[in-house]
Design a protein. Sequence first.
Length: 257
Amino acid sequence: MVNNVMRTLKPTNLAAILSVFIAFGLANAQSKPTKSGDELQESSANVVEATREYQARSAELVRLQETAVNQAMVKLDELRQLVADGLVARAELEESEQLLATLRGQLETTRKQIAASDQMIATIRAEEELAKAQAAAVSPKMIGKPNAAPLTRPTLFRYNGPTAWSIGNLSQLQSFFYSTFGRSLPTSAVGQSTTHNRLGYDHRNAVDVAVHPDSAEGKALVDYLQNQGIPFLAFRAAVPGVATGPHIHIGSPSHRI
């Protein structure tokens, strides 16, 4: 049978070690188009540093998972012989086959997370280079004019609104959204959720809205939040360990538990 270490091995979402790097601030590209190159570089460096830390820990997890898979394969071969000799019930063999499949799935998931983090770094670097090129090509006086070059749009941006917002104020957002679009506010998380518990973030006083910030609904919501001085984070894409996809996080950034 498979040894106790392998039986108790559970999937570990090491993507959660990506700290809420956005606390360092990637400014809203629409509301603060003149953010300096030094600030952009500092924000990018913070993201890359956190992603590199995630990759290092994930690499260690891969080694552990590969060892577990190899051990499971050896034990499975032993069980097959024991079943053939009539010494072990086939049910135990089937259980070990299922465990091996689970371990392989966990290993594949970790490898995909590492690949996603590589893509994240590549995206950050590309945005950084684009911002530098645009800063060199567009003077501050040209920003906002019809012939000005388009500004870079970071994967995520943060608005530090002065309003002390809490979940108790959610009804005003719901009313705004319903009156504007004729449907309920598509919240994906109100307060703490199972996902945030798993990732290790304190989300008790925040709300996630499942809209893309560049969609008509997302732009309207972003404008409303800024006009009301409500802090938010807007994600244009998934960020390993932080965001599973595009959405708007309303409230101050979640901190590690």
